[in-house]
Design a binder for this molecule. Structure first.
Ligand SMILES: Nc1ncnc2c1ncn2[C@@H]1O[C@H](COP(=O)(O)OP(=O)(O)OP(=O)(O)O)[C@@H](O)[C@H]1O
Ligand SMILES: [Mg+2]
Length: 382
């Protein structure tokens, strides 16, 4: 049966939101397994206190993995309780704000008039009261504790990693999430000592992994799997690696935007063109600035015009060095300019990259950082 023209691609747009925790996390099985080795359950025999760090750069699935693990632990063990604190969400990452947030979660009470030390005492009392519950702490954005914004953040590490020494028996451990392993360098020796060296690493996603993740997330969000062709998923993944260091959150943003554009046009599929327009939105690209153009040498202008001309007539978001060279040569011939050498064209491309007008991710992928305007020639070549 032919599909209705009104059919929408997005059945469940929230599934592409970066706040959504999906049921599965493709390519994070090893990290989830490591966590379940460290925290196998709540029984006394398996439950001795551990301090674990999740380390990986932006958008590598650290928070989602921790939260999915936590959710499964709570599902598997009725008495397990997760306390999640995101330090970026707190006004300032001081002991007082961290302990107040923890106390709020454990007891449902706030305590404005107490000092940090007193709030911590209250937390200890609550743990003793709730001795049949086993708690696991997740401290996200832990880098904040050693940043210049934090006053005595290291104290939080010290106190949380020494809970057993304070007589608390029903805390399984603490998971600190940070982007950079160096975050703990800012801690005092006694704080570092109990932080320990159990580290779960989150490497950046590779191109095929990003494609898998996009197809999986699309399967949750789209009404029909065929709405995201593999070639388009791969295109989004390449852009993500070239422009956003493989941050999967950006990949999902591009896909969400592109599918909203596709839906607004009643398209049955997400196309390369939808992705290009979504990318322009996300990069917040501006039009080419006439003052910058004035500073360019003649060949640089020709190379820029040639590149923007290709991109304007193209569905895809990037072009190749080879295409640019061919178009530059054609343009020079038409304008009766001397034919430039390849090295000269490459040098011009490099300068345009350094000026932030083009973005070159190797010879096969050249992006524009400016919107390819219609009268590109008159602006550039007059
Ligand atoms: N393997 C995966 N499969 C499906 N979705 C994923 C996967 N990894 C990450 N995501 C999604 O990508 C988004 C970003 O992931 P997450 O917030 O976990 O990254 P992060 O490493 O904590 O990033 P940051 O360093 O910025 O805090 C979330 O929407 C998450 O659900
Ligand atoms: Mg995170």
């Amino acid at each position: 049966m032919e599909k209705s023209k009104q059919a929408m691609i997005l059945r469940n747009p929230q599934a592409l939101s970066s706040k959504y925790i999906p049921r599965r996390l493709p390519h994070r099985d090893a990290q989830l397994r490591q966590l379940s080795i460290f925290f196998p359950g709540v029984e006394k025999s398996s439950a001795f206190f551990k301090s674990v760090q999740l380390i990986g750069s932006v958008g590598t699935g650290k928070t989602s993995t921790a939260l999915l693990f936590a959710k499964n632990l709570e599902k598997g063990f009725e008495t397990a309780r997760i306390i999640y604190v995101n330090l970026k969400m707190l006004g300032d990452p001081s002991p007082w704000t961290v302990y107040t947030s923890i106390l709020g979660q454990v007891s449902g009470r706030a305590s404005r008039s107490l000092s940090a030390g007193e709030v911590f005492e209250k937390i200890l009392d609550e743990f003793v009261k709730k001795k049949t519950t086993s708690f696991l702490f997740i401290v996200d954005e832990a880098d904040e504790l050693t940043s210049s914004r934090s006053l005595r953040g290291g104290r939080v590490v010290y106190n949380l990693t020494r809970l057993p020494e304070f007589g608390v028996e029903n805390v399984l451990g603490v998971v600190f999430i940070a982007r950079n392993e160096e975050w703990s360098r800012g801690l005092a020796p006694e704080e570092q000592s109990t932080l320990g060296s159990l580290i779960v690493r989150f490497p950046r996603y590779t191109l095929p992994q990003l494609v898998d993740i996009l197809l999986y997330r699309a399967s949750e969000a789209f009404s029909d799997q065929s709405a995201l062709p593999d070639t388009v998923a791969e295109h989004v993944a390449k852009i993500t690696i070239d422009l956003f260091e493989g941050d999967v959150r950006k990949a999902l943003d591009i896909l969400l935007y592109a599918s909203l554009i596709a839906d607004s046009e009643h398209s049955e599929k997400v196309t390369f063109s939808h992705v290009s327009r979504a990318l322009a939105q996300i990069l917040g690209r501006s039009s080419l600035d006439a003052d910058i153009v004035k500073t360019l040498k003649q060949l640089e202008r020709v190379v820029l015009a040639a590149t923007l001309e290709i991109l304007k007539n193209r569905e895809s978001s990037y072009t190749t060095e080879r295409e640019v060279i061919e178009n530059v040569q054609a343009l020079c011939e038409r304008l009766q300019l001397p034919e430039p050498r390849i090295e000269e064209i490459e040098a011009a491309l490099q300068r345009l990259h350094d000026l932030g007008i083009l973005r070159i991710s190797g010879p096969l992928r050249i992006y524009a950082e400016v919107v390819p305007i219609d009268d590109v020639r008159s602006l550039i070549l007059k």
